[in-house]
Design a protein around this ligand. Structure first.
Ligand SMILES: Cc1cc2nc3c(=O)[nH]c(=O)nc-3n(C[C@H](O)[C@H](O)[C@H](O)COP(=O)(O)OP(=O)(O)OC[C@H]3O[C@@H](n4cnc5c(N)ncnc54)[C@H](O)[C@@H]3O)c2cc1C
Length: 498
């Protein structure tokens, strides 16, 4: 009997890989250090409030639908996806308010009220990004990536100029929109992969394009339902899931990954090891002696992290939508603080998600649940969260009170603070980064660790730290790509499970 494929980590990347490998009739053991699966997609249920503590917006649901379909299931039989319209309400310090409608007539009207000239700008922007999306989807997203050779395809060499990689997002956004409000909105999409709009390539305008064209969703009951559904799917396919099972070493023999050792000392032999934990953490902690790769990853810039408040409040604020952004006065200064100085912005943009607007069961009647997220620098020597977190919490609450959530501090009946340090400790997110590496330069797609480890056979990576990057849909694609890669590399290790 052959050994199983061992997956280290039960985040969405690990779960997606497990499902795809099980569909290849392989025997799979998935090891997760925490008590629950889902990784950064997590949930807190306390004092009558329910909070999704990680992702709060689902995009590109067709990727999830394809995953269910591959397993012979219909996504909609398991999860109810609720389209959000408006997707987000934006509020500025001067009290300007803008609802970003998903329906085109609504969006056009809203833009027309803000600055009529920008209506044509919107259509020009869509026409500009559409071919970028086509190229990026074909070349970067849907293909297994195993190093620079895989990206230098005839298609990319022919169409590479179309992806606008050598301007920044901000430079391109300025070309299409005059309104400073709309410029700030379209620049915000850089934060969907933890980067700065003043550094990230204009290619990442595809994020705005995808949201504009396809929309954004909540999952009835909470986004965490998605992790539970994937766990159920994996279990039904026979994946052996072991929670509270921390891997402390990946064992190598003659240049091959041959198994893992758990924190309790137990050893599991493997056909191959797929690491869903962050690659930099894995090289630092699980793969002793791999100094060259470790140093290389340590030199790459992590994405930003997040400072999070979970607030259960005993009143409702009628002005809140499901997703809300309270913008900063000076966006550029905010990103300079985070990426150049390594400190949180003194006047941050504050994201507030209240799922109780859509999911009444997420807060007691008349109450609201507020998931408050602020972009924060990755962990560094300059800023000590343990010392500073209370003060920064005050900064955020005061800002929200100033911007319309009057007397917020007096209505908080449940509260939890989650810092970048917690993201490191809970999920082993290197430097507390939410999305793996920052995309603050045009070459990041070539710098990410590939799906197949360099120099070690039968060792693979999956998830936000590898190709194609962070975010729910990309991480699910990563699982599909790594399983395809394994199918090519190891076609004969297929074992029909009983
Ligand atoms: C606050 C926040 C907001 C976000 N918002 C969005 C959003 O709105 N939309 C969106 O699409 N994405 C969002 N994301 C990003 C998204 O959550 C991630 O990109 C995705 O969930 C990452 O999945 P993953 O499988 O790559 O990694 P992870 O979720 O990090 O999973 C890795 C798993 O490995 C486990 N592990 C680590 N070390 C070991 C070990 N030694 N042994 C065993 N197990 C181990 C960890 O515990 C974890 O469960 C957000 C993330 C955060 C934190």
């Amino acid at each position: 009997m052959s050994n199983p494929f061992v997956i280290v980590g039960g985040g969405l990347g690990g779960l997606s890989t497990a499902i795809h490998l099980a569909l290849q009739q392989r025997s799979v053991v998935l090891l997760e250090k925490n008590e629950r699966l889902g990784g950064k997609m997590n949930i807190v249920q306390e004092a009558g409030y329910t909070f999704d503590t990680g992702p709060s917006l689902l995009t590109m649901p067709w990727i999830l639908r394809d995953l269910f379909a591959a397993a012979g299931r219909n996504l909609e039989d398991t999860l109810e996806l609720i389209p959000l319209d408006p997707i987000c309400r934006y509020i500025w310090p001067d009290q300007t308010q803008f609802d970003f409608w998903q329906n085109l007539p609504g969006l056009v009207q809203a833009i027309d009220r803000l600055n009529p000239a920008d209506v044509t700008g919107l259509f020009r922007f869509l026409a500009y990004v559409a071919p970028i999306y086509q190229t990026v989807a074909d070349v970067f997203l849907l293909q297994p990536f195993d190093g620079i050779g895989d990206l230098l395809t005839p298609r990319l060499l022919r169409d590479g100029w179309r992806i606008d990689a050598f301007r920044t997002m901000d430079q391109s956004v300025q070309q299409y929109f005059q309104s400073p409000y709309l410029r700030q909105i379209f620049n915000r999409y850089a934060t969907y992969n933890g980067s700065s709009p003043y550094l990230t390539p204009a290619t990442f305008n595809v994020i705005a394009y995808i949201e504009l064209v396809e929309g954004g969703w909540h999952v009835r009951g909470g986004i965490y339902r998605l992790a539970q559904a994937l766990q159920q799917l994996a279990e039904n396919l026979g994946v052996d899931i072991r929670t509270s099972s921390e891997v402390c070493e990946i064992r190598l023999h003659r240049g091959r990954a041959c198994g893992v050792t758990l924190a309790g000392g137990q050893q599991i032999q493997s056909e191959a090891v797929v690491v869903n934990a962050d690659p930099r953490y894995a090289y630092e902690q699980l793969l002793p002696g791999q100094d060259t790769q470790t140093r290389r990853l340590q030199q790459l810039e992590p994405s930003c992290s997040g400072f999070i408040l979970l607030l259960g409040i005993n009143r409702s604020y009628k002005q809140l939508q499901h997703h809300n952004i309270f913008f900063s006065q000076d966006y550029r200064t905010e990103f300079e603080a985070i990426f150049a100085r390594g400190v949180p912005a003194p006047d941050p943009t504050v994201y507030v998600c209240s799922t109780s607007v859509t999911d009444q069961g997420h807060a007691p009647p008349g109450h609201m649940n507020l998931f408050v997220l602020v972009n924060a620098p990755s962990l560094n020597e300059r800023y000590r969260w343990e010392r500073e977190k209370e003060g920064y919490r005050q900064t955020i609450i005061r800002k929200l009170e100033r911007m319309g959530l009057s007397d917020l501090s007096q209505h908080i009946v449940y509260e939890q603070i989650i810092t970048p340090l917690d993201l490191w400790q809970r999920y082993h997110a290197a430097a507390g980064a939410i999305y793996g590496l920052a995309s603050n330069n045009p070459f990041v797609a070539f710098l990410r660790p590939p799906l197949r480890a360099r120099g070690i056979k039968q060792l693979y990576f999956v998830g936000g730290g590898t190709h194609p990057g962070g975010g729910i849909p990309l991480v699910l694609l990563s699982g599909q790509s790594v399983a395809r890669r394994i199918a090519i590399d190891m076609p004969f290790s297929v074992r029909l499970r009983s």
